[in-house]
Structure formats: C-alpha cells, structure tokens
Design a protein around this ligand. Structure first.
Ligand code: HEC
Length: 135
C-alpha cells in the first residue's frame, strides 16, 4: 500500500515536471514583468491599463509584426532605418532587442531601458506580448 502511494506521487511529480518544461514560457509571469518593467513607457491596452507614453503603444500587439509602424509615434532614426530594411519582431529579434536594446539597435530611443539579462524572463515577456491582439 505504502509503495503504491509512493509510486503514484513519483508519477505525478514527473508529470508536472514534464509539463513545466513543455510550457517553459509563462505569459502570466510575463505580464507581471511587463507591468513592472515596461509600463513606464509603453501601453499594453486592456491587459495593462496604466502606462506611460515615452514609447510606442504596444496594445495592438507587436509580436510577429513589422517594426516601427505605430502611427503618430516619432521613432528614432535607428528604428526608422531598420524598419525600412524590413525588421520584423520575430521571437528571435524581440529576444535580442530585449536582451540589450542599444546592443541590438545602436541609437534606439529605448536606450534608457538596460535590457532583461535573464533568458527565462525574456521568454515570459515575449509569451505575454504574443497574447496581445494581432489584427
Ligand atoms: C525608458 C522607456 C522604455 C522602457 C522601460 C521600455 N521601452 Fe520599449 N521602447 C521605448 C521607446 C522610446 C521605443 C521606440 C524606440 C526607437 O524609436 O528607437 C521602444 C520600442 C519598443 C519596441 C518596438 C516597437 C515598434 O513599434 O517597433 C518593443 C517591441 C518594445 N519597445 C518592447 C518593450 C518591452 C517588452 C519592455 C519591457 C520589458 C520595454 N519595451 C521597456 C521605451 C521604453
């Protein structure tokens, strides 16, 4: 009897470990991080109401989209140039930009943001960005 219980809890444990790695990026955690780290400058719409206007609004969704297209926002020449060359916010580009904005884009107006050095945190924030509406 005792053995069965042990076996069962081991099975449950390994199952939850397996699902933890399958769902490594956590959009809920990413939303909390974005609230702390991004809303000084960015709006995320209904997901996060409180927001500053130093950066372009990201409320229409940004993941997978061409860079530098928010109407009415004065992007840096650096962003305008890379956008003109076809920069799109793929997971990879978001990851690089969020690691070090000015490392990825010298002259970006997002230089006041030092970046998110933690890979898991970046993955969570990117997972959150993907939940935003993509018309
Ligand atoms: C200090 C203000 C500030 C903070 C904090 C900040 N950003 Fe930005 N962000 C900007 C500015 C300004 C731009 C426009 C950059 C340019 O024109 O070079 C920008 C641009 C962007 C873009 C490109 C948008 C587009 O239209 O192509 C993304 C994506 C982005 N930020 C994501 C984030 C995320 C995610 C966070 C939090 C982890 C964050 N930013 C934190 C100011 C900030």
């Amino acid at each position: 009897m005792k053995k069965t219980v042990l076996f069962l809890s081991a099975a449950v444990l390994s199952l939850s470990l397996a699902s933890a790695s399958a769902w490594a990026a956590d959009a809920e955690a990413g939303k909390k991080l974005a609230e702390q780290k991004c809303t000084t400058c960015h709006a995320f719409g209904k997901a996060i109401a409180k927001a500053g206007k130093i950066g372009p609004s990201l409320e229409a969704g940004i993941a997978g989209k061409p860079a530098g297209k928010t109407a009415g926002f004065a992007y840096s020449p650096a962003m305008t140039k890379m956008a003109g060359e076809g920069l799109t916010w793929t997971d990879e580009n978001l990851d690089k930009f969020l690691t070090s904005p000015k490392g990825f884009m010298q002259g970006t107006k997002m230089m006041a943001f030092p970046g998110l050095p933690n890979e898991a945190e970046r993955a969570d924030v990117i997972a959150f960005l993907k939940t935003l509406p993509t018309p």
